[in-house]
Design a protein around this ligand. Structure first.
Ligand SMILES: [Ca+2]
Ligand SMILES: [Ca+2]
Ligand SMILES: [Ca+2]
Ligand SMILES: [Ca+2]
Length: 512
């Protein structure tokens, strides 16, 4: 306020103003210099309103009476002011009355020349409503609380960075507002979340926009604690990854499960149950000799049984002995059979003998065979059989089972029946042959597990018409019919008839 009272104005548009009070902050003092002296020094009536001018002044400067003209720039007669125009809103009305806003309507700021209440404006002009004028036209001043004050604070509307990517805005009162729009972190700050990977640190870095980046594993070591490596080490040496995730020095190798003799003491994977990938024999659950393999963790795997072989035992532990070796239907030729018996050209004793020799000489379980069961030109199918025993006997003995079996017709229904009966009486299921005939010696084959069935000639003739019991009761067509019929029943093959009577014909089917 002191500044206000010290101020001296050298010009003033309002030519006459008489203070009617001291309500304004700038009341009194040298602001009077701005008023036009009324020349009534010592009139002793400073509070008297100019509106009561009565023309009785003695200064003689202006006439109070008629002839006053508003807008001529001269305060005359009843005019309170005359600003040289007849516009309203500029502090002096069109009829030269003061346009005022008083202290009540403009308590904080100043009334400017247009009667508007302003505050914080550099160019405000106080002076209406009976207040003493203040013209804050200096660049380092501002009108505030009806007075000019030194210009301080910020420029309204300007912004300033603050906090984490936040901003303050300068308010109308030239003070800074609060920090707004801040991010969650300070740019460049690192938030550590713990450990990760090989001795690494899991962290999030605060981005330039004050948001957190993705978590990343940084500063990892080069190995995993406890890992063993021989890289860069000499023979029989290795290094171990430390707890700090870096390799230790090369030292005498530590034996690890890897199928190698790491420490060069002559034993692979010593300290473990076995050398990785090594194999050894073992006894299977069914007593056969199997194989076990050392697993990746250097412990033995289970004992794996071997494949089934023809040895009278269950090798693969499936509960079956020599499966796959019972009956084997084989394609061949009569020409091939000549190597065993030159007389084998179709059906009969020579082929019985040739097929028997062929099957007995094969690898595997088969000890004998029968057929042909199919024939087409030189091609033929024969059947090798396992689970059988070759019996050497005499025609005299066979004749004890059927007298019509003689060496003159060994490949006949009579000898077939005699052999079947012989085998049956000797504990077998059945038998076939003869497979060798040189009177008095006869050899035939008894089978352990054939199945005796009676398809009848009526049925067999639907497969091979000549095997009808009259055209043929025993021979090549019946061989084929029986072979096919047994296969239709789910067997591998079959032979016969081993007994026949009328339409009945008993055959023997053999499993695969
Ligand atoms: Ca070793
Ligand atoms: Ca090893
Ligand atoms: Ca088996
Ligand atoms: Ca076996």
């Amino acid at each position: 306020m002191g500044r206000c009272s010290m101020r001296v104005f050298d010009a003033w548009l309002v030519v006459s103003l008489i203070s009617v009070g001291s309500a304004g902050g700038c009341a009194g003092g040298s602001r009077a210099a701005k008023t036009k002296p009324d020349g009534a020094a010592g009139d002793g009536a400073p509070g008297k309103s100019d509106a009561t001018l009565d023309g009785s002044r003695t200064d003689g400067s202006q006439a109070d009476g008629g002839g006053a003209r508003c807008g001529n720039g001269v305060v005359e007669g009843q005019e309170a002011c005359d600003d040289g125009n007849t516009l309203s809103g500029d502090g002096c009305s069109a009829d030269c009355h003061l346009e005022t806003c008083d202290a009540q309507s403009c308590p904080q700021g100043c009334c400017n020349q247009t009667g508007q209440c302003v505050n914080g404006a550099q160019d405000a002009v106080c002076g209406k409503g009976g207040q003493t004028c203040q013209d804050c036209t200096q660049s380092d001043e501002i009108c505030h609380n009806q007075a000019c004050e030194a210009l301080t604070g910020c420029d309204p509307g300007t912004k300033m960075d603050c906090g984490n990517c936040g901003q303050r805005t300068c308010a109308g009162d030239r003070t800074w507002g609060g920090c707004e729009g801040e991010g969650v972190c300070g740019a460049g700050e690192i938030q550590e979340l713990g450990t990760c990977g090989n001795c690494g640190t899991l962290q999030r870095v605060c981005q330039s926009d004050c948001t957190l980046g993705d978590a990343q594993c940084v500063n990892e070591g080069i190995c995993h604690p406890g890992d063993i490596s021989t890289d860069g080490c000499g023979a029989c040496q290795s290094k171990e990854c430390t707890q700090q995730c870096s390799w230790g020095s090369c030292q005498t190798a530590q034996e690890v499960c890897n199928g190698q003799d790491d420490d060069c003491n002559g034993t692979c994977d010593d300290g473990f149950a076995c050398c990785q990938a090594a194999t050894d024999s073992c006894t299977t659950s069914c007593g056969s000799t199997g194989t076990k393999t050392c697993q990746s963790g250097c412990t033995w795997g289970s004992c794996q049984p071997p494949s089934e072989t023809c040895n009278g035992q269950d090798d693969n532990c499936d509960g079956h002995v020599d499966e796959g070796y019972r009956v084997d239907v084989e394609g061949s030729t009569f020409t091939a059979m000549h190597a065993y018996n030159a007389g084998c050209n179709g059906w009969g004793m020579a082929c019985n003998n040739a097929i028997h020799q062929f099957c007995a000489g094969r690898n595997g379980c088969s000890v004998s065979g029968f057929g042909p069961v199919e024939a087409n030109g030189d091609n033929m199918n024969l059947v090798c059989a396992a689970g059988a025993d070759v019996i050497t006997s005499t025609y005299t003995e066979l004749q004890g089972y059927l007298s019509s079996c003689t060496s003159a017709t060994p490949a006949s229904g009579s000898c077939s029946a005699a052999i079947h009966r012989y085998c049956w009486h000797h504990g077998y299921t059945s038998g076939f042959g003869p497979v060798y005939s040189a009177d008095p010696t006869v050899r035939f084959t008894c089978v352990h597990d054939g199945t005796v069935l009676n398809p009848t000639y009526t049925v067999l003739s639907t497969i091979q018409p000549p095997c009808d019991g009259s055209t043929e009761r025993w021979g090549m067509y019946c061989n084929s019919a029986i072979h096919r019929w047994c296969q239709q029943q789910g067997y591998g093959s079959g032979y016969g008839p081993v007994e026949n009577n009328g339409d009945d014909c008993y055959v023997v089917c053999l499993t695969n």
